[in-house]
Design a protein around this ligand. Structure first.
Ligand code: NAD
Length: 286
């Protein structure tokens, strides 16, 4: 069994992004800019936003965080997005999810200009991903694909099983694996006999949010396991959705939690912001 070291790969990617940012800045005077909007004061969301801001700083990406109160109305949020859509110094706009219940998330995501949608949640980018036409892919599944690539794991012809079918994790993960020619199965809360699917997986990606959902008897020997789940236990420790102790010995490769997919998500966000900035150079905004 070999660990898929997301921490190490994320540092490699970050260094490469930093180098490219320096070249872009010195040769063309463009500094990539990311705007993160945080509505409310959820501690987990605040922690994620801080991590993203720090990573931008390390990579030389200009970043601003718009902190808006929980009472922010939908129209105030849409107005903030509209201003950022027209800000020539901002290449990427990210609205930290989840949003307060009184705000329509789909409407907000659709308001972000598709060429600044570095989270890849705008329907236009979702459609491009599904049709394998490029655009922005969501950071978490994109980070998973980078990890597979780094370790020479080619999804082509493999049985890829994804557990969890959210718009931000499972569905785009399925699209990326399908685009890479895997035979792809997407499981969710209503899937009957989950084990019958997971036992068939050559590559198993789990993003649900339930500790120990996947146990030793649910996987076959030699499987590649990607644990996307992040769960904080009562003792404060972080675990994924896979019972690591019992499952890892059966795997050819497995991601640790923490240190697997989490850091890759941030690295992919930096890559997407750099990509957006390069597009800015080609089609300057007014
Ligand atoms: P979500 O609640 O939106 O979706 C959960 C999905 O799991 C749903 O499709 C649901 O049908 C499915 N599900 C629930 N119970 C199930 C069960 N018993 N069997 C099979 N499927 C089941 O969650 P999300 O936003 O997609 O996040 C999922 C997990 O991934 C969370 O732990 C989250 O913290 C984590 N996450 C990690 C990263 C990262 O960077 N590593 C990024 C985003 C989310």
């Amino acid at each position: 069994m070999q660990l898929l070291d997301g921490k190490a790969l994320s540092l490699e990617i970050e260094a490469k992004v930093k180098e490219e940012v320096m070249i872009l800045t010195s040769s063309r005077g463009v500094t990539p800019g990311l705007a993160v909007i945080l509505v409310g004061s959820d501690p987990a969301s605040q922690a994620y936003v801080n991590m993203k801001a720090k990573a931008c700083k390390r990579a030389g990406i200009y970043s601003i965080t718009h902190e808006m109160p929980e009472s922010t109305t939908e129209s105030q949020l849409l107005n903030a997005i509209s201003i950022l859509n027209n800000d020539p110094n901002i290449d990427g706009i990210l609205v930290q999810l989840p949003l307060p219940k009184h705000i329509n998330t789909a409407k907000v995501l659709e308001a972000i200009a598709p060429h600044k949608d570095v989270d890849g949640f705008h329907p236009q980018n979702v459609g491009r991903l599904t049709s394998n036409l490029g655009g922005f892919a969501p950071a978490t599944p994109m980070g998973v694909m980078r990890l597979l690539q780094k370790y020479g794991i080619d999804p082509q012809g493999k049985n890829a099983v994804i557990v969890g079918a959210s718009n931000i994790v499972g569905k785009p993960m399925a699209s990326l694996l399908l685009n890479a020619n895997a035979t792809t199965t997407l499981c969710h809360i209503y899937t009957k006999d989950l084990a019958s699917h997971t036992q068939n997986a050559d590559i198993l990606c789990v993003g649900v949010g339930k500790p120990n959902l996947i146990t030793e008897s649910m996987v076959k020997k030699g499987v590649v396991v990607i644990d996307i789940g992040i769960n904080r236990l009562e003792d404060g420790s972080l675990v994924g959705d896979v019972d690591f102790a019992s499952v890892a010995p059966k795997c050819s490769y497995i991601t640790p939690v923490p240190g697997g997919v989490g850091p890759m998500t941030i690295a992919s966000l930096l890559e997407n912001t750099l990509k957006a900035a390069k597009t800015r150079q080609e089609t300057p905004q007014s």
